[in-house]
Structure formats: structure tokens, C-alpha cells
Write a protein that binds this ligand. Sequence first.
Ligand code: NA7
Length: 542
Amino acid sequence: MANQEETFDAVIVGAGFAGLYMLHRLRNLGLSAVVFEQGDNVGGTWYWNRYPGARCDAESLAYSFSFSEQLEQDWAWSERYATQPEILAYAEHVADRFDLRRDIRFDCRVESAVFDEVANRWQVSSERGDRISAQFCIMATGCLSVPQRPDIAGLDDFAGDLHQASLWPHEGVDFTNKRVGVIGTGSSAIQAIPVIAEQAGNLTVFQRTPNFSVPAVNGVLDPQWVAQFKANYRAHRANHKQGLGQGFGDLEIEPKEQGPVAMAGAELTDAQLQAVLESYWQTGGARFMGAVGDAIVSEETNRAFADFVHAKIRATVNDPAVAEVLCPQNHPIGSKRICVDSDYYKTYNRANVQLVDVAASPIQKITATGVQVDGDVHELDVLVLATGFDAMTGALLRMDIRGVAGVTLADKWAAGPVSYLGLTVAGFPNLFTITGPGSPSVLSNMLVSIEQHVDWLADCIAHMQSQQLARIEAADTAQSQWVAHVNEIANATLFPKGGSWYLGANVAGKPRVFMPYAGGVGAYREFCDAVAQDDYRGFEFA
Ligand code: NA7
């Protein structure tokens, strides 16, 4: 029997960082809100992705909330890049500190959200029978929350232990003396492989496409350095939010806006360019791609970056044949998300690690005992799938979302996602997508983008409350112009040449549309703020 309908001002889907902060802001506005979360705890991405070596590839002092100065001063990060357990502990701390759990329903997956045009309210139902009527429906469902299981014959026949990186068992996996296989060489695998190799008896990596990876140069944070950095936290946060780049900020004690050494590779001599790249390589981290302004725009500069990394791979990996297989040749560097590693390439020098190139000879099938390539079965006790996600649209399209005239989001997005600002979709009034497609999202520091969307949205909802407005909806023309703008920026870069999950290229049948906004978090914030200041230009209210 279905439960009785409950009434709230807002329903939020997801209790990751976006859902937690949204709940906090709405409560402060005096709204009643409920959060639906499919897991049994907060944390979103950091709740599910517990594979060995999982850590953030943005620095901890930047990948954290800025909304509470007390929180940012109190919380002590232990490493330059926080591990998954530490980030999960931080999410739990935020939930407890701001008393958020009492409005979160765990183990509660949303099945459908249907807009009632007469009442201007969303009817949201969960699989376990909750029924909510709310004026606002806020999707905080994350960009990388639907695991992509590969379509490989025989996967269910495997008799050993099979684990997906993004659905890792909470009790962990013991690899001691085991023959382990990893399918995939994206960010997740590149973090997991060095850690698994340390423990496993033998590790076989099945690589279809090599990725570019830069060293993290991770380390324990010096408390004195942290104290000095935190003394300047407001200025650092301002840089994250307004800077030229994607909100990752600088690492200096004295905050300074990070900019590339040169706007174009062509401005530098070859020796100067090599020196710049070497210095960024030694500093570590994904900011390597920001060393020169046109790295993801100019084919020539991009080639120089790629050649530099190829040389690093060849210098690190002892076996020249293995090094060649690890050198990415089929996509511009940065057009697939750059990976950040600790000793990834070095791991291939270990006697217990083998690399199998499944680009030339694809995996034929999984048998009960292992992975078959080119007629040979690689015998395994444990198989790890690090095969990625149905990114950005996956979590939204898994729900049955119906807007005006019963049109489904799946139909609206049949040719790829369209949105106004990556926050709203025409025909879906009072529905918002935090870090949705069409916003900087996955190209940016997610915490910066989450806070920006939540703050903008809270202000918008406060405006509607004060004006007693029941309904907000993006106008078709504003949406078309935004989509054209997002595409124009993407097409001026090398991103669309990457064949990446940014484009939906990793999911069979998914439309190939470059989904994130590539213009940087500062420009994007300015645009959103101008929209609000201009009486929410491009929106229609009722
Ligand atoms: P990614 O980056 O999508 O990587 C998935 C990997 O799995 C990639 O190397 C794929 O190769 C490989 N893959 C997928 N299906 C297959 C099959 N059928 N056979 C062989 N190899 C396959 O996901 P991650 O989880 O590593 O990272 C996602 C993001 O999470 C990351 O960027 C961070 O932001 C955090 P392909 O390239 O398709 O040839």
C-alpha cells in the first residue's frame, strides 16, 4: 500500500556534498525540506568509491566547504590530497555539525518525479513508497554516480571475486597472495593499481586506452604551513571562486591568482616550454595542464605537453615495449580527464605486474577462471572492474522525471542534455540540477561549483518566497542560447576530440554531446550572477 502523501517546500535528491549544503541553506531560509538518499549514509561519491587508493585529485584545502569559516578552521586535513575515508569522515562531520541527518531519509531511492501543473508542485516517489509533494525539486545526484558495467561476454560466469571500483565492499578486499586482474585504466584504476600491486601475489592490468597521468606529489601536510594558509583562507577562497581556471587555486601561503606562465606555447622557446613543464611536473597535480594558456586549445602546444609526458613514461618504465603501450597516442592530452597518480608508471617495473594491451586484441570473454584475450585465459582469483560511469546524465535519467504536459526528461534529452546554465531545463519548472550538464561541474573543483550553484539557488528561492512566486521556468530561447554558448566554447577547444565520458562516448547509444561548460568557474559565476541581478533574465515566473 502506498504511503500517505507528505508536503514539504523542497525535496532534495542525494546526500552528497551538494545535497548536504542545499539542505543547510534551505533550512536557514526557513523552508521545510527532505533529502532522499539511496545509500545508508551521507557522502555520495565518497560513500560509494572505496576502492584501494581512492583519494581526491583536488587538494584538500581547496576541496572543502567555504561557507563556514569555523568549519574550515576547525577541520584538519592530513594530506595534500585527502583519502576517501578522510573525505567521508568530513562529510559525516558536516552532517552532524549542522544537524542535517534528521531530514535525510537513507536507503531511499527516488523512482519518479512528476510535475503537477495545476498546483505548481512536484510529486516525488521513492521505491520504498514515500510520496512527497514539494514546490521545489532539487537534484543533487552527482556527476559520477551511476557505475558503468562493461558489456563483456561471460562476466557473470567468473567464479572468483568480482568487484566494481565504484561499488567497493565496505569491509575491503584482501589481495594477499591473490592473482588479481583490473579492467580499465582511468583515474580510478590509476589510483588503485599501485596499491593493489603492493599487496597482490600477481596483478594483470587490461588496458584498452592508455591515459595521461601526472604525479600527485602527495604528502603529509605540515601543520605550520596549514596554519599560515588558513590565516589567508578568505583570499584563497576568493581565488578559487573567481579565478581564470577551474577553482583549484594556488598552493602559496600568500594567495595569488594562478595564471598560466604564458598564454600560448608559441610565446616560449622550446627550452623555456620544457622548463615550465618540468617545474609543473615537479610541483605535481592536475594544474600541469594550466602551465600554458592554450594547452587544450592549440594542437601544437598540446602535442608538446603530450611529448613531454611520453618522455616521462619512457624514462620511468624499464621495459621499452611496455612504456610504448602506456603512451597515449589517440587523444589530445587533457581531452580525457587528466589522471593524478602516486607511482602509477613505476608500478609496471614490478615483477608481479603485467600489462595486457586489449586495444589490439580485445577481451574475448570472461570465463569461470579468468579473462580471455587472444585465445589465452589469464587466470585470476579477483577481478576488479574500474570501467567508469554513465556520467552527468546517468543519475537523472534513471529516474522517471516528467515536466509540463507529461514530457519526460529522457525525451527532452534524447539528442543530448539541454539546459539553461546547467541548472534548469525548459519545460521542467521548479526543478534544479546542481552541477548539471551545461555547467563547469566535472571540469572544475566540484566543491567550488556545488557551493556556487547552491548559493545561487538559495538566493533565487528566497527571491521567489519574498515575491510570493509559485513557479520558475527557463525560457526556450534562453536555453537555446546557453546551449549554443556551451557548444561554442567546447568547439574552440580540443575537448571534443577526446572520445571521453565528458562526451558520453563511453556508454553505448549515448548521444555525443560535450556536457560540461569549459569557460571556467569565474566567467560562469559572473554570468549566473548577472542573470540574477537582471531580474533573473531568461526565466519566466508565475
Ligand atoms: P573512466 O575514466 O571512464 O575509465 C574507465 C576505464 O575503463 C577506461 O580505461 C576504459 O577504457 C575502460 N573500459 C571500459 N569498458 C571497457 C571494456 N569493455 N574493456 C576494456 N576496458 C574498458 O572511469 P574512472 O572511474 O577511472 O574515472 C572516472 C572519474 O572518476 C575520473 O575522471 C575522476 O573524476 C573520478 P576506454 O578509455 O573506454 O578505452
